[in-house]
Design a protein around this ligand. Sequence first.
Ligand code: HXC
Length: 272
Amino acid sequence: MVNTLDVSFVEKGPWKPDIFKGKVVLVTGGSGTICRVQTEAMVLFGAQAAVVSRNKAKTIATAEELTQLSSYGHVLPLGGVDVRNFGQLQKAVMETVEHFGRIDYVIAGAAGNFIADFAHLSPNAFKSVIDIDLLGSFNTVKACFRELVKTKGSVVFVSATLHYSGVPFQSHVGAAKAGIDALSNALAVELGPLGIRCNCIAPGPIAGTEGMKRLLPAELESKAAEQIPLQRMGTTKDIAECTVYLFSSASSFINGTAIAVDGGAWHIGSTF
Ligand code: HXC
């Protein structure tokens, strides 16, 4: 995978350059498509980043590519970390703080998905997705909590829109993402007084993502786009823009919400 954003994202966009200068973001799932572009955006706007993922080789490659976008040093690869393992996350947080001195922002995005009908979804398969998505999100924020208290930081969870309705063959993911929304809402209320904001981004149909590859065959994309109120598939840049917004001071009173980046698709019952 290669970087999808470049300096034009900063130069031609609505945000000031360097808005995240001196800030540090920790991203789980940073070598996947969605979280990766979120990291690209943060790095382009001056943040330093630690990419936390399971696959070591992929994490190193991602960090090397992201470093090319950074004017403030290299992106830290923390591979071999499974978000289901709290101890591994604690170690990743320790290494991030040793390296960069702080954590301001957290993107909890590590996720797992596959299509499976209920009859063939084993208890362990259901548990695996709940553990990666929901428990993993909890573990991530829990491990970063002390650092977020110090910096009055901000958390963005990567959710989805598929639990806004009933999507067949996705009961495991729908349940996990609904749980993530609930976790975010509760933490927004509980941690708000500490100055920590928690919000969700709920990507809809974003072209070229790992999730879309698993859910929608490429040849059906243009048909799907016709049904979306804004008449197009989403882009990774749409996710990047929303991420920058949610970590910027422009959203300083936004807490405990989920922003659907889906062109309005879920309002017509089109959830992905
Ligand atoms: C049915 C399946 C299955 C499938 C795995 N399982 N794949 N069941 N259909 N296609 C079952 C296994 O048989 C096993 O159950 C259980 O799930 C755990 O499988 P493992 O392979 O042992 O688990 P693990 O190695 O931890 O892998 C987790 C995983 C895998 C989720 C199954 O796909 C993974 O690691 N994915 C990470 C990458 C990924 O999915 N990215 C997509 C993110 S996109 P048994 O009973 O046999 O033990 C995304 C978007 C969501 O999340 C929103 C979309 C709109």
